[in-house]
Design a protein around this ligand. Structure first.
Ligand code: SD4
Length: 341
């Protein structure tokens, strides 16, 4: 069954009606003709995407580029201590260590990534530095920390008293079972420490006024994961993928299933074949069900996509996957994507 709940907090139109922005330009349509481009635009996952989009929008609105916008945007939840699974304040792994994953990708196909990074509050900026100053794409663990410190990032404790309390509560039962939609504040789930199982990622995609697309993705991953566990979020093609000819996609939810299907790359390739962002996301979700039908009933995975025309869409396994949109027409739009269950 397809569920659709659409909350428009401000603004006028929903994703299905979207096509043009106030300062639209023309763009070659691979299927022939030319299509109006809705730009600039930024979209991101979950309720906290609204605040993150605002920071990105400030840059886009001033004519800045999409790469700067997505980095600035996702730094907002990274710095938000009330957010228990992105950046500082994120829940730790099962041994009490907060480890962060992030990646970033620009319109030239450049990308950078860090995984299992400790003691650095803004992994997205470290990922960008990996992209821009090293011959590599990905640094992990100790090496990523060393690189960050050598480049002037401050070493700080990321485990907050709230995170520690949640971890100690979790230790009593030691059960690893991610809760569906814990990210969605309007979904009636208490996000405070008593709520033991948490997962949460911000994925953000933007097109700037030059029509160029970039994306960023950052998370502390699944709460109480095994030490050393890395999810989809820092993996290019899984948690995030951008191809400036087509658009971009990002994922949230149980990363193991996203990695198995190379989800974000799949969404972008499906858009290349002509699918709308929403339909491409649906197809990627259905691929997960096809591979693991029983697991898929129990978990959440959501995809969010933006094509070169500035059209966007989302689809998830379970209902309740919210995403935020900001363009010339509406700055604080919060929508709920469709879902399978
Ligand atoms: C992970 N995909 O580490 C992340 C977690 C997440 O919403 O997105 N939660 O698997």
């Amino acid at each position: 069954m397809i569920n659709r709940r659409t909350f428009i907090k401000t603004g006028t139109i929903g994703a299905s009606m979207l096509s043009v922005g106030g300062l639209a330009g023309a763009c070659a349509d691979p299927r022939g003709g030319s299509k109006t481009v809705n730009k600039p635009i930024v979209i991101s996952t979950w309720d906290f995407g609204v605040a993150a989009n605002r920071a990105a929008w400030d840059i886009l609105d001033a004519g800045g580029n999409a790469l700067d916008a997505v980095e600035a945007g996702v730094r907002v939840p990274e710095a938000d201590l009330s957010n228990v699974t992105v950046g500082k304040g994120g829940y730790p792994d099962r041994d009490g260590h907060v480890t962060l994953d992030a990646c970033i990708m620009d319109d030239q196909g450049n990308c950078g990534s860090v995984a299992a990074l400790e003691f650095i509050a803004h992994p997205i900026s470290v990922a960008r530095l990996v992209m821009e100053t090293t011959p590599h794409v990905m640094l992990v663990g100790e090496g990523a920390l060393q690189f960050a410190l050598e480049n002037g990032f401050e070493r700080e404790e990321l485990l907050t008293p709230a995170g520690e309390a949640a971890w100690k509560a979790w230790l009593k039962e030691r059960k690893y079972k991610p809760v569906v939609n814990i990210e969605n504040r309007s979904f009636g789930v208490d996000r405070l420490p008593g709520n033991q199982y948490n997962h949460d990622t911000i994925g953000m995609l933007a097109i700037d006024s030059n029509g160029n697309c970039s994306g960023a993705c950052t998370t502390s991953g699944m709460a109480f994961k095994m030490r050393g566990r890395v999810g989809d979020s820092p993996i290019i093609g899984a948690g995030l993928y951008v191809d400036n000819e087509v658009g971009g996609a990002t994922a949230t939810g149980v990363g193991e299933e996203v990695i198995r299907t190379v989800g974000s790359f799949l969404v972008v390739e499906l858009m290349r074949q002509g699918l709308s962002p929403r339909d491409a996301c649906q197809e990627a979700v259905e691929r997960i069900i096809k591979k693991k039908p029983e697991t898929a009933k129990e978990i959440q995975v959501g995809f969010l996509a933006l094509n070169k025309h500035g059209e966007y869409g989302a689809f998830s396994l379970q209902k309740g996957f919210s995403y935020a949109v900001c363009d010339r027409q509406q700055q604080d739009l919060l929508l709920d994507g469709e879902s399978v269950y």
